[in-house]
Design a binder for this molecule. Structure first.
Ligand SMILES: Nc1ncnc2c1ncn2[C@@H]1O[C@H](COP(=O)(O)OP(=O)(O)O)[C@@H](O)[C@H]1O
Ligand SMILES: [Mg+2]
Length: 228
């Protein structure tokens, strides 16, 4: 198993009000799976994703990644775990606006310490893979929303992560562009074997997944994880 959560809980406390965003989430994500997590707005999807990435600390439960228990990791351990194992795709693309497509894709490679020429070559290959080989020198604002999300996907794959975490990756895209991005995620999942955990409020987007999980009010209500 790539990732397992047991009894995962996250309680936010704000001004004396407690919100149980995750109650007792048990999940199992197989190596190479494309898991679509659906649920209405406010059901805890983003909280789940951020907790799995160590960007929020769970208030209960356990997270195992392959043979590592993660829930007790320090911030530094989480940071190196993320660099080594995870890629991220967010709803608003989160590209650096003054860097070209290639430079955006290069960022995680630079952090990982690979050499300049090798970085450029790898970034170019990744952009070709997402269909943007001819747009490497363009700034994000010179690209359409769908193209920007492709750059973000190329960046997420730069360090060959075992798992890509995607939060509403098609939430800001028109339906046709959303379909393109979902097809791209599906084919990258099939070709590269990178597992994907995608959260979405859209049942249509969820159809791209090989497995589905549904959460409501911080609880998994359909954990069948049956292949779609
Ligand atoms: N930083 C926070 N502080 C307090 N409550 C929060 C915070 N972030 C999210 N919540 C609450 O936790 C619940 C789940 O939110 P979220 O994970 O963003 O859901 P989703 O991504 O499914 O829309 C909601 O009730 C939301 O209001
Ligand atoms: Mg959300």
């Amino acid at each position: 198993m790539l990732l397992t959560t047991e009894n995962l809980g996250k309680r936010y406390e704000r001004r004396g009000v407690a919100v149980d965003a995750l109650r007792a989430v048990d999940l199992e994500i197989e190596e190479r799976a494309f898991v679509a997590v659906t649920g209405p707005s406010g059901s805890g999807k983003t909280t789940l994703l951020l907790t799995l990435a160590g960007l929020l600390k769970p208030t209960a439960g356990r997270i195992r990644f392959r043979d590592k228990q993660l829930e007790g990791f320090s911030d530094a351990q989480w940071a190196s775990f993320r660099h080594a194992n995870l890629g991220f795709v967010m709803q608003n693309f989160s590209l650096v606006p003054y860097l070209s497509a290639r430079e955006n894709v290069t960022l995680p490679l630079a952090i990982a310490g690979s050499k300049g020429a090798a970085q450029k070559k790898r970034a170019t290959e990744l952009l070709e893979r997402v269909g943007l080989g001819d747009r490497a020198s363009h700034l994000p604002r010179e690209l359409s929303a769908g193209q920007q999300q492709r750059v973000a996907i190329a960046r997420a794959l730069a360090n060959e992560p075992a798992l890509v975490l995607a939060d509403e990756p098609t939430g800001n895209l028109d339906p046709a562009l959303a379909t393109d991005v979902l097809d791209l995620l599906r084919s990258l999942n099939e070709e590269s074997g990178t597992a994907i955990l995608m959260v979405t409020h859209s049942p249509e987007a969820a159809r791209a997944g090989t497995h589905r999980v549904h959460i409501e009010d911080g609880l998994v209500v359909d954990a069948s994880l049956q292949p779609a």
